[in-house]
Design a protein around this ligand. Sequence first.
Ligand code: PHE
Length: 501
Amino acid sequence: MPSPADLESIILHTIASSGEVADSGKLAADQGVDHNVLVGVIKSLSADELISESTTPNSKWDLTEEGKAILATGASPEFQLFNAIPADGISLNQLKTQLGQVADVGFRFAMQNKWIAIDKSSGESTIQRKVDSVEDKAFNLLRDIGAASRDLAADDKEAIALAKRKVANLTSWKTFKLTKGANFALERKKAATDLTSDMITKGTWRQETFKPYNFAALGRPPSGGHLHPLLKVRTQFRKIFTAMGFEEMPTNNYVESSFWNFDVLFQPQQHPARDAHDTFFLLNPASTPASSFPPDYLQRVKTTHESGGFGSTGYGYAWQEAEAEKNLLRTHTTAVSSRMLYKLAQEGFRPAKYFSVDRVFRNEAIDRTHLAEFHQIEGLVCDHGLTLGDLLGTLELFFTRLGLKKLRFKPAYNPYTEPSMEIFSYSEELGKWMEVGNSGMFRPEMLRPMGLPEGVNVIAWGLSLERPTMILYGIDNIRDLFGHKVSLGMVRKNPICRLGL
Ligand code: PHE
């Protein structure tokens, strides 16, 4: 049997003398080698561009063991069954005694072919012939496949029907047509993979061809390592949300327009949170053109800010498009919720439960509980007739599942929720109450302009991922958990975590 090196030479010489190798399948057969072996040689030659290849799809039908067994009996089960039915009909049980296993399969396909019918007129159900005579097409096809005497396409409907019955099988493979490549030569010069000291001292590196680096190759995955506590708690939140039937929202944009981050949330354009103190505005690109916001929605948002609607008087100021166009690093993932709720309203309302866990940015003074960049856990439920009780219940359930049982709620204010509640959790490790999030029921001024129907409410909350993680791991200073001051030892040891994460 030729070696890979022999095959290489055969391919190159064939191309040199006749311009091509027309069919790699034929070459493999001629040389008595497995086609896969030849493919290895072809891939390696074409990687060095000695040859170029084009593929041809091939396929072949053959019989499964069951198909071969039918072939041996000389007729398909349905044909056998049909022929076993006397002129005045017969019961299925009698057929079973007569034909054995063949009866069930035969019955199914004879029914499918509309060869037979069940007659219940006499009180007892009997099987009757519906036609006088039938042709055993399934068997004929099996016979032809077995003898390879018919050219059958891969998408032949009848053959596919046999494959569904598991009596025939399609095998597909690719063969190649080979021609000269950009670096065609009869001899392959093996490229050097390493520059050796020998090559340098003897100067032979000048004549050497070096194999180019493959920068696209994947590295070996590191075998060690530890997950950061934030990642573990994030996974935990994901599991809890998914178990509660929530869908994850797409959060893959840190840059957002003020429109989606603030305006659609009924946050007035003079709100202090928009000031450079709390928001990182972008210099480049500084804005998103208002033409990219849905025009009728933009109009409804503007009107609601200016003069209200839906039972609201609005803020009574002149709403500026230019303000809504300003780009920023999203200050909360509620921007994602607003996009999703708008989408839901456009698609036609259906009850929905959404969540996300991703990064947000705030231009804040950094201290032991605040960072300029942190993770927010966002959740919302959108349905008819939701109440504050639903919000309290959902949050209780959710935090209990995370291992935080002691919760307190405090009335708060958000421009987009009414009522609003801050959420506090007690840390046993730190012996104190900590604020873990903010929540509320989205205002009609936010929901109705989106097009969500009257009577549909949304309960929502935004939590920091860092705070519960600090509580669970007993970490007192946020800078010890996230950011450039984090000690790798903390990541490795994961001090005390009540969840055993
Ligand atoms: N967006 C709020 C925040 O950043 C959280 C929140 C979300 C409050 C949803 C109410 C409803 O704190």
